[in-house]
Design a protein around this ligand. Structure first.
Ligand code: 5RP
Length: 254
């Protein structure tokens, strides 16, 4: 229950970042749900936005709450995308795809000027890998890819629906859920998976998200990648030329 509140807090906080006139990527999952509903409320109060949904399910929800929708063909550049995550590390690297929408989610996130992640506090980890990494594949390549990924020391299983049939993504692919344990080098694993013929996309989102809003108890914490935090601190520490001149002037005896 606590997680539900945290999800709602994060989703609602992210919806506040959207401005009138924005093209908005609408994420998938139980946390993105709250952002979409909050955006629907804002649209009812006059906010003018166009949503680009990351899944058929989100498109249905967005229509139900009154958000006008369009496509990437019409709007290939998105102002802001709000989406959930299954894991978030301190560098704002993510595992996504628990809801099976990782392919469209990655396309939309990388077409966005800003990706805002929304999550409850259980999603924050020090090292990615507790959550099995979803890998979207061409069905034809399943057995070959399962062997190859198992050779990377991962337990790898085909995602199935409750009736036992293979789960099929909105783009008609299958998903392998791959447990690697702690992923020591996410960029290297991402590259290895991308290089395998038959892998359509994987759920490692690296260098894509700009900020994460994480519900924590009754507050929302902001996570930014360590590199931008360092840049911001360095900027603050570095005196501007004007400030340097002012200091020199102050030191000069009159
Ligand atoms: C869907 C996703 C979701 O954003 C991710 O699974 C998080 O979902 P939730 O907010 O329900 O925990 O990647 O493909």
């Amino acid at each position: 229950m606590a997680n539900q509140n945290e999800k709602e807090l994060a989703g609602r906080a992210a919806a506040e970042l959207v401005e009138s006139g924005n093209i908005v990527g609408l994420g998938t999952g139980s946390t993105a749900y709250f952002a979409v509903v909050a955006l629907g409320d804002r649209v009812k109060s006059g906010l003018k936005i166009i949503g680009i949904p990351t899944s058929d399910g989100t498109a249905e929800l967005a229509r139900a709450v009154g958000i006008p929708l369009s496509t990437l063909d019409e709007h290939p550049e998105i102002d802001i995308t709000i989406d959930g995550a299954d894991e978030i590390d301190p560098q704002l690297r993510l595992i996504k795809g628990g809801g099976g929408a990782l392919l469209r989610e990655k396309i939309i996130a990388t077409a966005s000027k800003k990706m805002v992640v929304v999550a409850d506090s259980s999603k924050v980890v020090t090292v990615l890998g507790r959550f099995p990494l979803p890998v979207e594949i061409i069905p034809f390549a399943r057995a070959v890819l399962q062997r190859k990924i198992k050779a990377l020391r991962a337990n790898c299983s085909l995602r199935t629906r409750s009736d036992g049939a293979a789960f099929v993504t909105d783009e008609g692919h299958h998903i392998l859920d791959c447990s690697f344990g702690k992923i020591a080098d996410p960029p290297s694993l991402a590259q290895t998976l991308s290089n395998m013929p038959g892998v359509v996309e994987h759920g490692l989102f690296i260098g894509i998200a700009k900020v994460a809003l994480v519900g924590n108890g009754s507050t929302v914490a902001e996570i930014r990648p360590a590199s931008t935090r360092k840049r911001a601190l360095a900027k603050r520490a570095r005196p501007t030329r004007a400030r340097q001149k002012q200091k020199l002037r102050k030191r000069r005896p009159s």
